[in-house]
Design a protein around this ligand. Sequence first.
Ligand code: ATP
Ligand code: MG
Length: 179
Amino acid sequence: MLATLPGLTENDNLPLINARPARITAPSENFKHMSQLKKSFHIKSRDFIRAGEASINIQNLLKSMDFDPSLIRRVAICGYESEMNVVMHGGDGTLSIEVDSDRLILEITDDGPGIEDIDLAMQAGYSTANDDHREMGFGAGMGLPNMKKNSDRIQVDSKKDDGTLVRMIFFIPEKGETD
Ligand SMILES: Nc1ncnc2c1ncn2[C@@H]1O[C@H](COP(=O)(O)OP(=O)(O)OP(=O)(O)O)[C@@H](O)[C@H]1O
Ligand SMILES: [Mg+2]
């Protein structure tokens, strides 16, 4: 199932995620051409010791590139929420950041059980977190809503038993412009 969520317009010149299996992650030729830099980090399912490392690496990369702190904060929130979702609910996966001239693209894929009902999963408060997750303070059902709130565009592509892909776009503000 492919969900195009509110705020995502077709004419926004985005490289669209087509209705293809979530685990096929190769970008289109056009997308590759636009890209200036792309870094990817592996995420291991259920590895709570290393959980969060991929998003910290991305945060440090963006800091080293001198991006606006509020932009970095928004990407870091989305990176962490999405990484924890893969660790808790997904399979092994990859978190990547792509830096283009006018936008950052944060993409996360995993080969886990997938999301059967994306609209339901996007609802604040919906969670399938188990008791162990809740013991650690997770399971409020606020991760995906938080990712939607902190990104400029979000697309979720998933189906049951076929993994999950979440792509978020962050427009880079003009110099001097903050959110
Ligand atoms: N990568 C994924 N694979 C499978 N299911 C997922 C994935 N990401 C999210 N989900 C499903 O969507 C639900 C909602 O996710 P969301 O991040 O909003 O809340 P949560 O992870 O349960 O709790 P919180 O993020 O507040 O700790 C999850 O409980 C899970 O059922
Ligand atoms: Mg979550």
